[in-house]
Design a protein around this ligand. Structure first.
Ligand code: AMP
Length: 504
């Protein structure tokens, strides 16, 4: 039966003998194999009681089989719901209670702890391990290698991805077949993907980046990927001779730049390096280009919208910007209070509209209504601007904006000044409760290894460069910044840690 997303995957990856996925030192799975594995798992879903429209929650380690569960859900008309492998049973309990899946797949090692949690939510529990084995895999092995896909149209749900939830509870973003397909089409075109490409895949697959951006772009171009359980710079460098594209979070690039093996020769066969999910420091962009000759292509997206913008494939890839809106995506910057569109170069709220934008938050119509404008634009929560050449700049999350003495301070501007100082590796600027100013601008700074940096030096160095109200009231020097698994600096953690700094 017609199935919007899977039919498009099948028609675009028609060369069945081509490699879909290869594990270094392990298996090679062709597109024919992808069809078979996903068919067996789609049958296994039915045997496990999953009906069309049911949610299938998974908290499993990265494996080819885990990807086949995603594809099996698409084929069986179920809603795939991947969960971060770091979540504790208490957190899983919230997600299962909220999403009410009929099936929950977890790692065999966690089954004992999660059995009760699944039972409480009314979900059947099956297992799937990093080695691709487990009760669900066994169920799959007994099933036929062909499956009649469930009928699903463009607007039917393919997945629910919970947002990282840095403020309050995470919310489930409902993504339709067309949300995923339209984005994959736009990215294949923008990044010039073809069946000749081999992608280095070292990202987790519970997040939009490794799951949808990486995997769907490969599936939509009949390309291949080298599938790695985790990021290891030496292994990535060793494999670059066999690959053509790498997708990574900024931390991957920071670690590659630090590696002595990163050279022009090591990257000579690669055609494209893509970064996203968190801001790439302009310094990393420059250092990488200096060592390899490759300008990293930075793009911007989020769980709710898939990808929104990308630096150009041909044309200037400008460090510190996220490029232009993708084909089919409309982007504007508005006054956060009134929603009135702002002219070029003015900072405001980034709003987007297009086939990529999600269908709303699961079981949360109020929150959904609050984040869309009447004309259908989604309020991303990211502050930014569009410059005169049309490049989009992200200046941080709206909730990270600091209001001190009635003035708005954009953390990114202050971070840029501090990062440019000798001896500074990176910084995070946050607002902390302050009785006189409302919020006190505060910088948390990481020195480069071996550099002696003091609060006094930093304050003195930026005194001439920033207006008084933008200057940090305090500077805290630390060894490293707290980051989540996607490499995003957790400013909420910093705000919590230093909450009482100005209360003493
Ligand atoms: P997530 O939903 O976990 O993918 O997080 C999405 C958020 O990450 C966005 O709303 C941005 O704040 C941030 N983000 C993603 N890509 C970039 C980028 N290239 N530069 C700056 N921030 C980014």
């Amino acid at each position: 039966m017609p199935n919007a997303l899977f039919d498009e995957i099948t028609s675009r990856s028609s060369q069945m003998s081509r490699t879909f996925l290869r594990e270094p030192g392990g298996r090679t799975i062709t597109y024919a194999g992808m069809q078979e594995h996903s068919a067996r798992f789609a049958h296994a879903l039915r045997v496990a009681g999953v009906k069309v429209g049911d949610r299938v929650a998974v908290q499993v380690e990265k494996s080819a089989e885990a990807l086949f569960v995603y594809l099996a859900c698409v084929r069986a008309g179920a809603v795939f719901l991947p969960l971060n492998t770091a979540y504790t049973p208490a957190e899983i309990s919230y997600f299962l209670g909220d999403a009410q899946p009929s099936l929950f797949l977890c790692d065999p090692a966690k089954a004992a702890a999660l059995r009760v949690v699944a039972a409480e939510a009314g979900a059947r529990l099956e297992t799937l391990g990093a080695d691709g084995k487990g009760s669900f895999a066994s169920l799959g092995q007994q099933q036929p290698a062909a499956f009649e896909n469930a009928e699903r149209g463009p607007d039917d749900l393919a997945a629910i991805l919970y947002t990282s939830g840095t403020t309050g509870r995470s919310k489930g973003a409902m993504l339709s077949h067309e949300n995923l397909a339209s984005n994959a089409r736009a990215l294949v075109e923008t990044w010039r993907f073809s069946a000749e490409d081999v992608l280095l895949h070292a990202l987790p697959i519970f997040h939009t980046h490794g799951l949808f951006v990486a995997t769907n772009v490969v599936l939509f171009s009949n390309a291949s990927m080298i599938f790695l359980p985790k990021f290891d710079p030496a292994q990535m460098l060793a494999l670059m001779g066999e690959a053509s594209v790498m997708m990574g979070v900024p931390t991957f690039y920071v670690r590659l730049v630090d590696h002595p093996g990163l050279t022009r020769a090591a990257t000579a066969k690669m055609r494209l390096f893509i970064s996203g999910s968190a801001p790439l420091l302009a310094e990393t962009h420059r250092a990488f280009e200096g060592k390899t000759g490759h300008a990293i292509l930075e793009r911007y997206g989020m769980t709710e919208t898939n990808m929104n913008t990308s630096n150009p494939y041909e044309g200037d890839r400008i460090a510190g910007t996220v490029g232009f809106p993708l084909p089919g995506v409309a982007l504007r910057v508005t006054d956060p209070e009134t929603g009135t569109p702002l002219p070029a170069d003015e900072i405001g709220m980034i709003e987007v509209k297009g086939g990529n934008v999600f269908k709303g938050y699961w079981k949360n119509p109020e929150k959904t209504a609050a984040e869309f404008r009447p004309d259908g634009f989604f309020i991303t929560g990211d502050l930014g601007k569009v410059d005169r050449r049309g490049y989009v700049h992200i200046l941080g999350r709206g909730k990270d904006l600091i209001i001190t003495g009635g003035y708005n301070v954009y953390p990114k501007e202050i971070e840029g000044e501090i990062d440019a100082l000798p001896g500074v590796n990176e910084s995070a600027v946050i607002g902390l409760p302050h009785k006189d100013f409302g919020e006190g601008v505060t910088a948390v700074v990481v020195p480069v290894k071996g550099a002696a940096l003091s609060e006094k030096d930093i304050l003195a160095a930026i005194e001439q460069r920033l207006a008084k109200f933008k200057q940090p009231k305090r500077v805290i020097v630390v060894d490293e910044l707290p980051r989540n698994t996607m490499g995003k600096v957790q400013k909420n953690v910093l705000r919590e840690t230093y909450r009482d700094l100005y209360r003493a």
